[in-house]
Design a binder for this molecule. Structure first.
Ligand code: ATP
Length: 256
């Protein structure tokens, strides 16, 4: 990328960041520096604090302690939350949902120009949804809806992308197509953080990894971070937490 020289050393710098709810820490003392163009998997057991970290990065949750700094190029940050039923219940066509990715440049209440409509169609084609333009999103399969969410994200043209479990309950063929898009975005110089549970997929495609288990158990090259020892520590910390949760009757203990 031509403007690389003017980019800061880190897109994202976490400095002793502690996050939580009602003053109870969910994830402690995170420090790391993520370089422009990094492709990072965020890995850890249920309840490790992965989604909490993303909520903080998008400004939804204020740090309890420590801080983070973000230096994003124009286009800013795009966030793909975990899929939820809410997405589907919204009465909107696939075309209109995907065109919301252009909201930054269009603003509210204005129609699409011919070239913007063309970009929406191109994004739909890129995710394999040509012909679905007028379908209501509630009629899509889970995999098709995730393709539409990726198309919307593509139009946002962000420099930092946060993907929370983007391949959850998605079939192998769709994962393959969506991973190819993620790798294209990486090749374009964007910085990508993705919460993932499939460690084989992480090892295959993600050069760097942040392993969380309510604290950081490592950040760096995936082969160095995802060692059997560290994964065993992550599992142990997660099960210790579950026992603690059972004692104080917190709802997640029942769900586990
Ligand atoms: N709104 C909330 N209020 C109180 N506690 C919360 C809230 N959201 C999450 N937590 C708690 O914070 C901890 C971290 O949750 P988080 O959702 O970040 O984990 P995660 O690593 O994303 O897990 P998973 O893999 O299950 O999605 C958990 O103990 C969770 O119960």
């Amino acid at each position: 990328m031509g403007h690389r020289m003017t980019q800061p050393l880190a897109v994202l710098q976490l400095d002793n960041l502690t996050l939580g709810y009602d003053r109870h820490p969910a994830v402690h003392h995170l420090s790391c520096s993520i370089a422009p163009g990094a492709l990072v998997a965020v890995v850890g057991p249920n309840g490790a604090g992965k989604s909490t970290l993303f909520k903080a990065l998008t400004g939804e949750l204020a740090p309890l302690q420590g801080s983070f700094r973000m230096h994003t190029a124009p286009g800013g940050i795009a966030y793909l939350p975990q899929q939820s039923e809410l997405d589907r219940s919204f009465p909107v066509s696939v075309f209109d949902m995907v065109s919301m990715g252009l909201w930054r440049e269009i603003g509210p209440f204005r129609g699409l120009s011919r070239s913007q409509a063309e970009r929406v169609r191109a994004a739909l084609a890129a995710v394999g949804l040509s012909g679905f333009e007028t379908r209501q999103i509630g009629t899509l399969s889970g995999g098709q809806l995730q393709r539409a969410r990726f198309a919307r994200m593509m139009l946002q043209d962000a420099s930092l992308l946060l993907l929370d479990e983007p391949f959850n309950a998605i079939d192998a063929r769709t994962i393959e197509d969506l991973i190819a898009l993620v790798l294209d975005w990486h090749a374009e110089g964007r910085t990508i953080l993705a919460v993932l549970h499939d460690l084989e997929l992480v090892r295959r495609h993600f050069p760097e990894c942040l392993l969380l288990a309510r604290e950081s158990l490592g950040f760096g090259p995936t082969t160095d971070v995802l060692t059997p020892e560290r994964l065993a520590t992550a599992r142990r910390l997660a099960s210790e937490f579950d026992e603690a949760a059972a004692v104080c009757h917190r709802p997640e203990a029942e769900a586990a």
